[in-house]
Write a protein that binds this ligand. Structure first.
Ligand code: GDP
Ligand code: IMO
Ligand code: MG
Length: 429
C-alpha cells in the first residue's frame, strides 16, 4: 500500500506570513487541499503569472485542475462569502478543483457579524481587539455554547426554521437590549439561509470518510492553517487572538484526521514581523523602518485593507512557536523585502523589569512591556527577486537564513524572493 503524505502548514507569527503562496507553490504535487479552522477572516494571496487571487474561505489549492479542496468541520463558514468567492473563481474560469464542505462546519449567520461589530464597539478604546468584523468570535461562541447552526442544518428548511426561531429570539434580545441595535426580522435571515442551503447542498459530503479514503489510497494531503500561532485562542497573546485553535493540534479536531496520520509540520515564517489589529508586538517599529517594511512588503491586510504593523523578526515568539507545533521544516517568505538595508536586526531576547527573560512570557501584559534585545546582521544591496538557488543569494542573505536555522534548529526548505509562484527557492521542501 502506498504511504500517504499529510503535510500541515501553519503561520508561525501573527498571520500574513505568505501561507497562500506556499500552499499554491507546493500545489502541483498535492492531491487534497484542506482548510480546517478560522473562516473568512483569512486572506491568503496567490499570484500566478501576474494574476492575483485572494482566498478567504476556500483552500488556496482551488486553482489546480481536478484536485480535491475541502472545508473541514473546524471552520466557521460564511455562506455568502463562500458562494461569492466560488462564483468569482467560476467567472474567471479558475474553479478548477472539486470542492467539498463538511456538514459539521458551523455557519456564520448575519447576526454574528452584527454582534462582532457591536461587541468591538462596546469594548471601547483600549480594550478593542481589532477583529476583522467577519463574525468569527460570535460564531465560535455559539458553537461551544451549543447554540450554533451547522451546514447540515441549512439543508432542511423545516429543521432550519425550528432551530432558528429560538436562536433569533435570543439574538434580537441581545442586539436590542444590550447593544442598542435594531432587531433583525426573522424572514430576513431565514429566507436567505434557505437559499444558501440549496446552493451549498451539492458541495456537502462526509469529509471524515473522504480524508480517510485519501490517506488509505496514499494521497498527498495539505492542511492549510489560517491565522497563526500567536493568534491561537489558547496559546496566543490572549485576549488579542482569534477564536480558533491555530496551532498544529487544531488540524485534528478541525478535520477528523488523527495525529498519527501526520507526516510533517511546515511553518511559514516571514523574514520580519507584522501584525494586524491590537495586542502586544515587542519588535514593532513605529518610525521609518516600519514604514519602509510596510511599503516594500505591501503590508496592507488582504481581508480588511488595514495597514499592518511592521517590525523586525522576533526569535522569542518563533522559538515558542516551534515548541507548540513540533515544526519539521520552515518556509521563509519575503526575504526580498529586506534587500537594500544596511543592517538587519533580529530580536534574540527580551528584557523585563531589568531582567533578561529566557522564554516568551506567558502573560500578554508582560509581553506589552518587554524591551527587545537585538542582534545585528549585515544586510545586502543586491536585488534577489530573480534568484533561483540558495547559492545565488548574496552571502549576507545566506547568513541571515543560516542564522534563523541555527537559532530555531529547524531547516529552511523554501525561501520566498517575491510574490509570484515562480519567485521561490526550493531547497527540497
Ligand atoms: P497569508 O495570509 O499568510 O496567506 O499571507 P497574505 O496573502 O495575507 O500576505 C502575504 C503577502 O505577501 C501577499 O501579498 C503575498 O502576495 C506576498 N508574498 C508572499 N510571499 C512573498 C515573498 O516571498 N516576497 C514578496 N515580496 N511578497 C510575498
Ligand atoms: P491570515 O490567515 C492576520 C486578527 C485580527 C484581529 C484578531 C481577531 O490571512 O493570516 P477575528 O476577526 O479573527 O476575530 O480577529 O485576529 N486576524 C488576522 N491577522 N492575518 C489573519 O489571517 C487574521 N485573521 C484574524 O486582525 O487582531
Ligand atoms: Mg493573510
Amino acid at each position: 500500500m502506498k504511504k500517504s503524505k499529510v503535510d500541515l502548514l501553519i503561520g508561525a507569527q501573527w498571520g500574513d506570513e505568505g501561507k497562500g503562496k506556499v500552499v499554491d507553490m507546493m500545489g502541483a504535487d498535492v492531491d487534497v487541499f484542506v482548510r480546517y479552522q478560522g473562516g473568512a477572516n483569512a486572506g491568503h494571496t496567490v499570484i500566478v503569472n501576474g494574476q492575483k487571487v485572494v482566498f478567504h474561505l476556500l483552500p488556496s489549492g482551488m486553482l489546480y485542475p481536478g484536485k480535491l479542496c475541502i472545508i473541514g468541520n473546524g471552520l466557521v463558514l460564511d455562506p455568502e462569502q463562500f458562494l461569492a468567492e466560488n462564483a468569482g473563481l467560476h467567472e474567471r474560469g479558475q474553479d478548477r478543483a472539486r470542492l467539498v464542505v463538511s456538514p459539521h462546519a458551523h455557519v456564520v449567520m448575519p447576526y454574528h457579524k452584527i454582534l462582532d461589530r457591536a461587541q468591538e464597539a462596546a469594548r471601547g478604546k483600549g480594550r478593542q481587539i481589532g477583529t476583522t468584523g467577519r463574525g468569527i468570535g460570535p460564531c465560535y461562541v455559539d458553537k461551544y455554547a451549543r447554540n450554533g447552526l451547522r451546514v447540515e442544518d441549512l439543508l432542511d428548511p423545516d429543521l432550519l426554521r425550528e432551530k432558528l426561531v429560538p436562536l433569533m429570539e435570543e439574538k434580537n434580545q441581545l442586539l436590542t437590549r444590550l447593544y442598542n441595535e435594531k432587531p433583525i426580522p426573522f424572514d430576513e435571515v431565514y429566507e436567505p439561509a434557505r437559499e444558501w442551503g440549496k446552493a451549498l447542498a451539492p458541495y456537502v459530503d462526509d469529509v471524515v470518510r473522504l480524508l480517510r479514503a485519501a490517506v488509505d489510497a496514499g494521497r498527498h494531503i495539505l492542511l492549510e492553517g489560517a491565522q497563526a500561532v500567536l493568534l491561537d485562542v489558547d496559546h496566543g497573546t490572549y485576549p488579542y487572538v482569534t477564536s480558533s485553535s491555530t496551532i498544529a493540534a487544531g488540524a485534528f479536531t478541525g478535520t477528523g484526521l488523527a495525529p498519527c496520520d501526520l507526516t510533517r509540520v511546515i511553518a511559514v515564517v516571514k523574514a520580519y514581523t507584522t501584525r494586524v489589529g491590537e495586542g502586544p508586538m515587542p519588535t514593532e517599529e513605529r518610525g521609518e523602518i516600519g514604514e519602509l517594511l510596510r511599503r516594500r512588503g505591501g503590508e496592507f491586510g488582504a481581508t480588511t485593507g488595514r495597514s499592518r504593523r511592521c517590525g523586525w523578526l522576533d526569535m522569542m515568539g518563533l522559538k515558542y512557536s516551534m515548541e507548540l507545533n513540533g515544526v519539521d521544516v520552515l518556509a521563509l517568505t519575503k526575504l526580498d523585502v529586506l534587500s537594500g538595508m544596511d543592517r538587519i536586526r533580529i530580536c534574540s531576547g527580551y528584557e523585563y523589569d531589568g531582567r533578561r527573560l529566557d522564554r516568551f512570557p506567558t502573560s500578554s501584559r508582560v509581553l506589552e512591556e518587554v524591551v527587545p534585545v537585538y542582534e545585528t546582521l549585515p544586510g545586502w544591496k543586491e536585488d534577489i527577486s530573480g534568484c533561483t538557488s540558495f547559492e545565488s543569494l548574496p552571502d549576507a542573505a545566506q547568513n541571515f537564513v543560516r542564522f534563523i536555522e541555527a537559532q530555531l534548529d529547524v531547516p529552511v526548505k523554501l525561501i520566498g524572493v517575491g510574490p509570484d509562484r515562480a519567485q521561490t527557492i526550493d531547497r527540497g521542501l
